[in-house]
Design a protein around this ligand. Structure first.
Ligand code: ATP
Ligand code: MG
Length: 382
Protein backbone atom coordinates (compact mmCIF):
# COMPACT_ATOMS: atom_id res chain seq x y z
CA UNK A 1 0.00 0.00 0.00
CA UNK A 2 1.25 3.47 -0.72
CA UNK A 3 2.55 5.20 2.37
CA UNK A 4 -0.35 6.13 4.62
CA UNK A 5 -1.26 9.77 4.26
CA UNK A 6 -0.30 11.97 7.13
CA UNK A 7 -3.77 12.82 8.36
CA UNK A 8 -2.81 16.32 9.42
CA UNK A 9 -0.93 17.19 6.28
CA UNK A 10 -3.73 18.63 4.20
CA UNK A 11 -6.11 19.02 7.10
CA UNK A 12 -6.77 22.71 7.67
CA UNK A 13 -8.66 21.86 10.83
CA UNK A 14 -5.41 21.57 12.73
CA UNK A 15 -5.43 19.75 16.04
CA UNK A 16 -8.62 21.31 17.39
CA UNK A 17 -10.86 18.48 18.55
CA UNK A 18 -13.91 20.62 19.12
CA UNK A 19 -16.28 20.43 16.19
CA UNK A 20 -14.19 17.87 14.39
CA UNK A 21 -16.08 15.23 12.44
CA UNK A 22 -15.53 12.91 9.51
CA UNK A 23 -18.21 12.74 6.83
CA UNK A 24 -18.46 9.26 5.33
CA UNK A 25 -20.15 8.82 1.93
CA UNK A 26 -21.18 5.42 0.71
CA UNK A 27 -22.47 6.05 -2.78
CA UNK A 28 -23.60 2.77 -4.22
CA UNK A 29 -25.08 1.36 -1.05
CA UNK A 30 -27.60 4.15 -1.00
CA UNK A 31 -28.97 2.76 -4.28
CA UNK A 32 -29.72 -0.64 -2.81
CA UNK A 33 -33.44 -0.10 -2.30
CA UNK A 34 -34.94 -2.58 0.10
CA UNK A 35 -31.62 -3.88 1.40
CA UNK A 36 -30.43 -0.41 2.12
CA UNK A 37 -30.83 -0.36 5.87
CA UNK A 38 -29.10 -3.75 6.17
CA UNK A 39 -26.08 -2.44 4.25
CA UNK A 40 -26.02 0.77 6.22
CA UNK A 41 -26.11 -1.18 9.46
CA UNK A 42 -23.25 -3.43 8.32
CA UNK A 43 -21.18 -0.46 7.21
CA UNK A 44 -21.68 1.19 10.59
CA UNK A 45 -20.67 -2.03 12.37
CA UNK A 46 -17.56 -2.28 10.17
CA UNK A 47 -16.64 1.34 10.77
CA UNK A 48 -17.05 0.84 14.52
CA UNK A 49 -14.82 -2.23 14.38
CA UNK A 50 -12.22 -0.37 12.32
CA UNK A 51 -12.15 2.63 14.64
CA UNK A 52 -11.74 0.39 17.69
CA UNK A 53 -9.00 -1.64 16.00
CA UNK A 54 -7.07 1.46 14.92
CA UNK A 55 -6.91 3.48 18.11
CA UNK A 56 -10.09 5.54 17.73
CA UNK A 57 -12.12 3.74 20.38
CA UNK A 58 -13.49 7.03 21.69
CA UNK A 59 -15.06 7.95 18.33
CA UNK A 60 -18.84 7.89 17.95
CA UNK A 61 -20.73 7.00 14.78
CA UNK A 62 -24.05 8.37 13.70
CA UNK A 63 -26.05 7.79 10.52
CA UNK A 64 -28.21 10.49 9.07
CA UNK A 65 -30.00 10.35 5.73
CA UNK A 66 -27.45 8.83 3.39
CA UNK A 67 -24.36 9.92 5.31
CA UNK A 68 -22.45 8.60 8.28
CA UNK A 69 -20.72 10.97 10.66
CA UNK A 70 -17.83 10.08 12.93
CA UNK A 71 -17.15 12.37 15.83
CA UNK A 72 -14.53 12.49 18.53
CA UNK A 73 -11.56 10.90 16.76
CA UNK A 74 -8.35 12.74 17.40
CA UNK A 75 -7.10 12.53 13.84
CA UNK A 76 -8.60 11.28 10.62
CA UNK A 77 -8.69 7.48 10.43
CA UNK A 78 -7.61 5.89 7.13
CA UNK A 79 -11.12 4.78 6.16
CA UNK A 80 -9.93 3.52 2.79
CA UNK A 81 -9.53 0.15 4.46
CA UNK A 82 -13.26 -0.05 5.16
CA UNK A 83 -15.05 -1.56 2.16
CA UNK A 84 -18.26 0.26 1.28
CA UNK A 85 -16.76 3.70 1.96
CA UNK A 86 -16.94 5.72 -1.24
CA UNK A 87 -15.20 8.83 0.04
CA UNK A 88 -14.71 10.66 3.30
CA UNK A 89 -13.81 14.12 4.47
CA UNK A 90 -12.37 15.45 7.69
CA UNK A 91 -14.73 18.31 8.48
CA UNK A 92 -15.58 21.03 10.92
CA UNK A 93 -19.07 20.57 12.33
CA UNK A 94 -21.00 23.60 13.53
CA UNK A 95 -24.57 24.40 14.46
CA UNK A 96 -26.99 25.42 11.72
CA UNK A 97 -26.60 29.13 12.07
CA UNK A 98 -25.47 31.50 9.35
CA UNK A 99 -23.70 33.82 11.76
CA UNK A 100 -21.74 30.89 13.17
CA UNK A 101 -20.88 29.78 9.63
CA UNK A 102 -19.48 33.22 8.81
CA UNK A 103 -17.22 32.97 11.88
CA UNK A 104 -16.23 29.36 11.34
CA UNK A 105 -14.68 29.90 7.91
CA UNK A 106 -11.82 31.63 9.74
CA UNK A 107 -10.45 28.18 10.58
CA UNK A 108 -9.56 27.87 6.90
CA UNK A 109 -7.89 31.28 6.48
CA UNK A 110 -4.32 30.03 7.07
CA UNK A 111 -4.73 27.35 4.39
CA UNK A 112 -6.43 29.73 1.94
CA UNK A 113 -3.78 32.44 2.46
CA UNK A 114 -1.18 30.01 1.22
CA UNK A 115 -3.08 29.36 -2.02
CA UNK A 116 -3.16 31.09 -5.42
CA UNK A 117 -6.97 31.25 -5.45
CA UNK A 118 -10.01 29.56 -3.94
CA UNK A 119 -13.73 29.05 -4.21
CA UNK A 120 -16.59 28.16 -1.90
CA UNK A 121 -18.86 25.32 -3.02
CA UNK A 122 -22.08 24.90 -1.10
CA UNK A 123 -24.49 21.99 -1.05
CA UNK A 124 -27.79 22.31 0.76
CA UNK A 125 -28.89 18.81 1.76
CA UNK A 126 -31.59 20.52 3.82
CA UNK A 127 -33.34 23.08 1.63
CA UNK A 128 -34.85 25.02 4.51
CA UNK A 129 -31.73 27.11 5.04
CA UNK A 130 -31.26 30.67 3.97
CA UNK A 131 -29.36 32.00 2.08
CA UNK A 132 -29.49 29.38 -0.66
CA UNK A 133 -26.36 27.64 -1.99
CA UNK A 134 -25.49 30.38 -4.48
CA UNK A 135 -25.98 33.01 -1.79
CA UNK A 136 -23.71 31.18 0.65
CA UNK A 137 -21.03 30.75 -2.02
CA UNK A 138 -21.15 34.38 -3.04
CA UNK A 139 -21.27 35.91 0.43
CA UNK A 140 -18.65 33.65 2.02
CA UNK A 141 -16.45 34.01 -1.07
CA UNK A 142 -16.46 37.78 -0.73
CA UNK A 143 -15.86 37.60 3.02
CA UNK A 144 -12.90 35.23 2.70
CA UNK A 145 -11.43 37.25 -0.18
CA UNK A 146 -11.52 40.40 1.99
CA UNK A 147 -9.96 38.71 5.03
CA UNK A 148 -7.25 36.69 3.30
CA UNK A 149 -6.46 38.69 0.19
CA UNK A 150 -6.69 35.48 -1.85
CA UNK A 151 -8.88 35.92 -4.95
CA UNK A 152 -11.90 33.80 -5.83
CA UNK A 153 -11.59 31.65 -8.94
CA UNK A 154 -14.52 29.49 -9.87
CA UNK A 155 -12.76 27.28 -12.42
CA UNK A 156 -10.06 24.96 -11.12
CA UNK A 157 -9.31 26.86 -7.93
CA UNK A 158 -6.23 25.88 -5.91
CA UNK A 159 -8.38 25.53 -2.78
CA UNK A 160 -12.02 24.53 -2.59
CA UNK A 161 -13.91 25.12 0.63
CA UNK A 162 -16.98 22.91 0.76
CA UNK A 163 -19.94 23.90 2.86
CA UNK A 164 -22.53 21.20 3.36
CA UNK A 165 -25.76 22.25 5.00
CA UNK A 166 -27.33 19.23 6.66
CA UNK A 167 -30.52 18.79 8.62
CA UNK A 168 -28.85 19.18 11.98
CA UNK A 169 -25.44 20.70 11.38
CA UNK A 170 -23.31 22.53 8.87
CA UNK A 171 -20.05 20.96 7.74
CA UNK A 172 -16.98 22.68 6.34
CA UNK A 173 -14.25 20.74 4.61
CA UNK A 174 -11.69 21.06 1.87
CA UNK A 175 -10.72 17.53 1.11
CA UNK A 176 -12.41 14.40 -0.25
CA UNK A 177 -10.40 11.25 0.30
CA UNK A 178 -11.27 8.34 -1.92
CA UNK A 179 -12.32 4.95 -0.57
CA UNK A 180 -12.68 1.78 -2.63
CA UNK A 181 -16.47 1.96 -2.62
CA UNK A 182 -18.27 -1.32 -3.13
CA UNK A 183 -20.08 -3.09 -0.34
CA UNK A 184 -19.25 -3.96 3.25
CA UNK A 185 -17.11 -7.04 3.74
CA UNK A 186 -19.07 -10.29 3.72
CA UNK A 187 -22.44 -8.70 2.95
CA UNK A 188 -22.91 -10.78 -0.24
CA UNK A 189 -21.87 -14.24 1.00
CA UNK A 190 -19.00 -16.69 0.68
CA UNK A 191 -16.80 -17.95 -2.17
CA UNK A 192 -13.69 -20.14 -2.21
CA UNK A 193 -10.72 -18.24 -3.61
CA UNK A 194 -7.86 -20.08 -5.29
CA UNK A 195 -4.96 -18.08 -3.93
CA UNK A 196 -1.42 -18.43 -5.25
CA UNK A 197 1.54 -16.35 -4.13
CA UNK A 198 1.40 -14.46 -7.46
CA UNK A 199 0.21 -10.95 -8.25
CA UNK A 200 -3.18 -11.73 -9.75
CA UNK A 201 -5.17 -13.92 -7.40
CA UNK A 202 -4.84 -11.61 -4.34
CA UNK A 203 -6.17 -8.73 -6.50
CA UNK A 204 -9.01 -10.91 -7.82
CA UNK A 205 -9.85 -11.89 -4.24
CA UNK A 206 -9.87 -8.25 -3.17
CA UNK A 207 -12.17 -7.23 -6.03
CA UNK A 208 -14.68 -9.87 -4.98
CA UNK A 209 -14.34 -8.83 -1.32
CA UNK A 210 -15.16 -5.33 -2.47
CA UNK A 211 -18.46 -6.69 -3.81
CA UNK A 212 -19.23 -8.05 -0.37
CA UNK A 213 -17.72 -11.55 -0.64
CA UNK A 214 -16.10 -13.21 2.35
CA UNK A 215 -13.54 -15.55 0.75
CA UNK A 216 -12.32 -18.88 2.07
CA UNK A 217 -8.76 -19.05 0.78
CA UNK A 218 -7.40 -22.25 -0.74
CA UNK A 219 -3.73 -22.62 -1.57
CA UNK A 220 -1.89 -25.61 -2.99
CA UNK A 221 1.57 -25.65 -1.52
CA UNK A 222 4.44 -25.72 -3.96
CA UNK A 223 7.16 -24.61 -1.52
CA UNK A 224 7.41 -23.43 2.07
CA UNK A 225 8.56 -20.01 0.83
CA UNK A 226 5.52 -19.60 -1.41
CA UNK A 227 3.18 -20.66 1.38
CA UNK A 228 4.78 -18.08 3.70
CA UNK A 229 3.96 -15.44 1.07
CA UNK A 230 0.39 -16.69 0.87
CA UNK A 231 0.05 -16.34 4.65
CA UNK A 232 1.24 -12.75 4.42
CA UNK A 233 -1.22 -12.12 1.58
CA UNK A 234 -3.98 -13.54 3.73
CA UNK A 235 -2.99 -11.20 6.57
CA UNK A 236 -3.10 -8.25 4.21
CA UNK A 237 -6.51 -9.17 2.77
CA UNK A 238 -7.70 -9.79 6.32
CA UNK A 239 -7.36 -6.07 6.99
CA UNK A 240 -10.24 -5.40 4.58
CA UNK A 241 -12.49 -7.99 6.24
CA UNK A 242 -13.68 -5.81 9.12
CA UNK A 243 -12.83 -8.36 11.78
CA UNK A 244 -14.17 -11.48 10.03
CA UNK A 245 -11.57 -14.25 10.04
CA UNK A 246 -10.28 -15.14 6.56
CA UNK A 247 -9.78 -18.89 6.69
CA UNK A 248 -6.80 -20.24 4.76
CA UNK A 249 -6.67 -23.90 3.79
CA UNK A 250 -3.29 -25.18 2.57
CA UNK A 251 -3.06 -28.51 0.74
CA UNK A 252 0.25 -29.90 -0.57
CA UNK A 253 0.09 -29.94 -4.36
CA UNK A 254 1.39 -33.51 -4.39
CA UNK A 255 -1.88 -34.52 -2.75
CA UNK A 256 -3.77 -33.17 -5.74
CA UNK A 257 -1.83 -35.51 -7.97
CA UNK A 258 -1.98 -38.40 -5.49
CA UNK A 259 1.80 -38.64 -5.61
CA UNK A 260 1.79 -39.12 -9.41
CA UNK A 261 3.09 -35.69 -10.44
CA UNK A 262 6.80 -36.48 -10.74
CA UNK A 263 5.96 -39.48 -12.91
CA UNK A 264 4.28 -37.27 -15.52
CA UNK A 265 7.43 -35.35 -16.40
CA UNK A 266 9.49 -36.75 -19.26
CA UNK A 267 6.45 -38.58 -20.62
CA UNK A 268 4.04 -37.65 -23.43
CA UNK A 269 1.81 -36.17 -20.70
CA UNK A 270 4.32 -33.53 -19.55
CA UNK A 271 2.82 -30.77 -21.75
CA UNK A 272 -0.56 -31.34 -20.03
CA UNK A 273 0.66 -30.95 -16.45
CA UNK A 274 -0.52 -27.33 -16.02
CA UNK A 275 -4.03 -27.93 -17.31
CA UNK A 276 -4.31 -31.11 -15.27
CA UNK A 277 -3.18 -29.18 -12.23
CA UNK A 278 -5.80 -26.46 -12.75
CA UNK A 279 -8.52 -29.07 -13.27
CA UNK A 280 -7.61 -30.76 -9.99
CA UNK A 281 -7.51 -27.41 -8.18
CA UNK A 282 -11.04 -26.63 -9.33
CA UNK A 283 -12.20 -30.05 -8.20
CA UNK A 284 -10.79 -29.47 -4.70
CA UNK A 285 -12.17 -25.93 -4.64
CA UNK A 286 -15.67 -27.23 -5.30
CA UNK A 287 -15.30 -29.83 -2.53
CA UNK A 288 -14.19 -27.11 -0.10
CA UNK A 289 -17.00 -24.82 -1.23
CA UNK A 290 -19.54 -27.54 -0.43
CA UNK A 291 -18.06 -27.92 3.08
CA UNK A 292 -17.98 -24.18 3.68
CA UNK A 293 -21.38 -23.32 2.24
CA UNK A 294 -19.71 -21.22 -0.49
CA UNK A 295 -21.49 -20.71 -3.80
CA UNK A 296 -18.60 -20.47 -6.23
CA UNK A 297 -14.88 -20.12 -6.83
CA UNK A 298 -12.63 -17.11 -7.46
CA UNK A 299 -9.47 -17.29 -9.59
CA UNK A 300 -6.95 -14.71 -10.78
CA UNK A 301 -7.14 -15.95 -14.36
CA UNK A 302 -6.37 -13.36 -17.00
CA UNK A 303 -7.02 -14.20 -20.62
CA UNK A 304 -3.92 -14.71 -22.75
CA UNK A 305 -1.57 -13.34 -20.07
CA UNK A 306 0.63 -16.39 -20.39
CA UNK A 307 0.60 -18.87 -23.25
CA UNK A 308 -1.35 -21.39 -21.19
CA UNK A 309 -4.23 -19.02 -20.39
CA UNK A 310 -6.09 -19.67 -23.62
CA UNK A 311 -9.85 -20.03 -23.95
CA UNK A 312 -9.36 -23.71 -24.73
CA UNK A 313 -7.25 -24.30 -21.64
CA UNK A 314 -9.62 -22.36 -19.41
CA UNK A 315 -12.53 -24.37 -20.79
CA UNK A 316 -10.75 -27.69 -20.31
CA UNK A 317 -9.40 -26.92 -16.85
CA UNK A 318 -12.84 -25.92 -15.60
CA UNK A 319 -14.45 -29.22 -16.55
CA UNK A 320 -14.51 -30.07 -12.84
CA UNK A 321 -16.00 -26.72 -11.84
CA UNK A 322 -19.52 -27.59 -10.79
CA UNK A 323 -19.98 -24.14 -9.28
CA UNK A 324 -19.65 -20.76 -10.98
CA UNK A 325 -16.08 -19.53 -11.38
CA UNK A 326 -15.50 -15.80 -10.92
CA UNK A 327 -12.36 -14.37 -12.52
CA UNK A 328 -12.74 -10.60 -12.19
CA UNK A 329 -9.35 -9.92 -13.84
CA UNK A 330 -10.09 -11.84 -17.00
CA UNK A 331 -10.01 -8.75 -19.24
CA UNK A 332 -7.58 -6.53 -17.32
CA UNK A 333 -4.24 -5.24 -18.59
CA UNK A 334 -1.26 -6.37 -16.53
CA UNK A 335 -0.53 -2.75 -15.62
CA UNK A 336 -4.01 -2.27 -14.22
CA UNK A 337 -3.58 -5.37 -12.07
CA UNK A 338 -0.20 -4.18 -10.79
CA UNK A 339 -1.65 -0.74 -10.02
CA UNK A 340 -4.39 -2.30 -7.93
CA UNK A 341 -1.96 -4.69 -6.23
CA UNK A 342 0.12 -1.70 -5.17
CA UNK A 343 -2.91 0.17 -3.94
CA UNK A 344 -4.12 -2.65 -1.73
CA UNK A 345 -0.65 -3.49 -0.49
CA UNK A 346 -0.22 -6.99 -1.93
CA UNK A 347 2.27 -6.21 -4.70
CA UNK A 348 5.42 -6.15 -2.56
CA UNK A 349 4.44 -9.44 -0.96
CA UNK A 350 3.65 -11.10 -4.29
CA UNK A 351 6.91 -10.16 -6.00
CA UNK A 352 9.13 -11.59 -3.24
CA UNK A 353 11.17 -14.49 -4.55
CA UNK A 354 10.12 -18.01 -3.59
CA UNK A 355 10.50 -21.43 -5.18
CA UNK A 356 7.59 -22.18 -7.52
CA UNK A 357 6.53 -25.31 -9.34
CA UNK A 358 8.61 -26.87 -12.11
CA UNK A 359 7.01 -25.74 -15.36
CA UNK A 360 6.69 -28.44 -17.99
CA UNK A 361 8.74 -28.09 -21.15
CA UNK A 362 6.54 -26.99 -24.00
CA UNK A 363 3.20 -26.66 -22.13
CA UNK A 364 0.18 -27.18 -24.37
CA UNK A 365 -1.72 -24.00 -25.20
CA UNK A 366 -4.84 -25.47 -26.76
CA UNK A 367 -5.81 -28.53 -24.72
CA UNK A 368 -8.97 -30.23 -25.93
CA UNK A 369 -11.44 -30.75 -23.09
CA UNK A 370 -12.28 -34.35 -24.02
CA UNK A 371 -8.59 -35.16 -24.40
CA UNK A 372 -7.91 -33.79 -20.90
CA UNK A 373 -10.71 -35.84 -19.39
CA UNK A 374 -9.38 -38.94 -21.13
CA UNK A 375 -5.86 -38.33 -19.78
CA UNK A 376 -7.24 -37.84 -16.29
CA UNK A 377 -9.16 -41.13 -16.54
CA UNK A 378 -6.11 -42.97 -17.85
CA UNK A 379 -3.94 -41.67 -15.03
CA UNK A 380 -6.60 -42.36 -12.42
CA UNK A 381 -6.82 -38.69 -11.46
CA UNK A 382 -10.30 -37.73 -12.64
P1 ATP B 1 -1.42 -15.54 -10.13
O1 ATP B 1 -0.67 -14.27 -10.36
O2 ATP B 1 -2.65 -15.36 -9.31
O3 ATP B 1 -0.54 -16.64 -9.64
P2 ATP B 1 -1.05 -16.30 -12.84
O4 ATP B 1 -1.23 -15.21 -13.80
O5 ATP B 1 0.33 -16.68 -12.42
O6 ATP B 1 -1.96 -16.00 -11.55
P3 ATP B 1 -1.64 -19.10 -13.18
O7 ATP B 1 -0.43 -19.45 -12.46
O8 ATP B 1 -1.96 -19.77 -14.47
O9 ATP B 1 -1.77 -17.57 -13.51
O10 ATP B 1 -2.87 -19.33 -12.20
C1 ATP B 1 -4.17 -19.00 -12.54
C2 ATP B 1 -5.00 -19.02 -11.26
O11 ATP B 1 -4.98 -20.34 -10.67
C3 ATP B 1 -4.41 -18.15 -10.18
O12 ATP B 1 -4.76 -16.80 -10.33
C4 ATP B 1 -5.02 -18.73 -8.94
O13 ATP B 1 -6.35 -18.35 -8.78
C5 ATP B 1 -4.97 -20.23 -9.27
N1 ATP B 1 -3.72 -20.83 -8.75
C6 ATP B 1 -2.53 -20.95 -9.36
N2 ATP B 1 -1.64 -21.55 -8.57
C7 ATP B 1 -2.27 -21.83 -7.40
C8 ATP B 1 -1.89 -22.46 -6.16
N3 ATP B 1 -0.64 -22.92 -5.97
N4 ATP B 1 -2.82 -22.55 -5.20
C9 ATP B 1 -4.07 -22.10 -5.39
N5 ATP B 1 -4.48 -21.51 -6.51
C10 ATP B 1 -3.61 -21.37 -7.52
MG1 MG C 1 0.77 -17.91 -10.75
Amino acid sequence: MSAPENPRRADPLGGDLKGRAVIVRYGEISLKGRNRSQFEQKLQTDLAWFLRAHGHAQAAIEAERGRIYIRGSEDTPDLKMVLGVHSYSPALEIERDYGRLQEAVAAFFPAIRGCRDFRVSCQRIAKDFSPDSMGVERELGTLIEQKTGTPVRLKEPAFELHVEIGHRHIYLFSEKRRGFGGFPAGSSGRLVSLLSGGIDSPVATFLMMKRGVLPVLLHFEVSAGETAKVRRLRDRLQEFAAGSELKLVVIPREELFQGKLAGLYNTRLEPYVCVMCKYLMHKQAVALARDEGALGVITGDNLAQVASQTLKNLYASRAAAELPVYSPLIGFEKNEIIGLAREIGTYEISIAAAAGCTPPRDPKTGVDRQRLLKILRETGLS
